[in-house]
Design a protein around this ligand. Structure first.
Ligand SMILES: C[S@@+](CC[C@H](N)C(=O)[O-])C[C@H]1O[C@@H](n2cnc3c(N)ncnc32)[C@H](O)[C@@H]1O
Length: 182
């Protein structure tokens, strides 16, 4: 990319890599006390985008509840990228996972537009650990998991669309959750 003066502003991949942590140190570095549960995400591209997001925001662990058609299993098998750097697990029961996280004092937050959801800007994300649940593209977060959550939050929608793409929504929430990190 060049400006009017012809100065190159954008960093090249090789320049970014010079300041990048090496693979060994990356695997041992401290990750953020942030967990993510995906409640039957049905689209491989969304899963890939969220994996990449969990990588760049150093999410501690991504739990994937897979649906009947095993989209997540297939997508993970087909992809060769961020999933190597994000601790993740395909799980059967979201409820069991939540109970375990709760026993470790993790705050559980469903990200969904609900009758009683609050604007995401009203929640204090400095209280960690925290786990965010994102839902299926059509059906959202299940009632069972919504009921098990400590909070339900939404991103206000002012346009004609009823919701955002799940990975766009996750970008806002995960970066908000690590606001203030150096
Ligand atoms: C496309 S939405 C699901 C469908 C949505 N329940 C509807 O009726 O349009 C997929 C997921 O993205 C997240 N999401 C998208 N937009 C959101 C918003 N404005 N507030 C909270 N969550 C949102 C939620 O996790 C949701 O389960």
């Amino acid at each position: 990319m060049t400006t009017d003066e012809g100065r190159i502003l954008q960093k090249k991949t090789s320049e970014i890599r010079e300041t990048k942590i090496n693979r060994h140190d990356f695997l041992t570095m401290k990750r953020n006390d942030v967990y993510v549960i995906l409640d039957k995400i049905n689209n491989g591209y969304n899963l890939g985008a969220i994996l990449r997001l969990c990588d760049v925001t150093l999410v501690k662990k991504l739990f994937i509840i897979d649906g009947k058609n095993a989209v997540a299993r297939k997508a993970l098998k087909a992809s060769k990228g961020s999933e190597n750097w994000v601790p993740h697990e395909i799980i059967e029961s979201g409820a069991d996972c939540i109970q375990k996280l709760k026993s470790e004092n993790t705050q559980i937050i469903s990200v969904e537009i609900c009758h009683d959801s609050v604007d995401y800007r009203k929640i204090d994300y400095t209280k960690k650990p925290v786990c965010f649940i994102f839902g299926n593209e059509m059906t959202g977060v299940s009632e069972e998991l919504l009921n098990l959550s400590d909070h339900r939050i939404h991103l206000p929608v002012a346009g004609m669309s009823n919701s955002l793409n799940v990975s766009s929504c996750a970008s806002v929430i995960l970066f908000e959750s690590i606001r203030g990190n150096k």
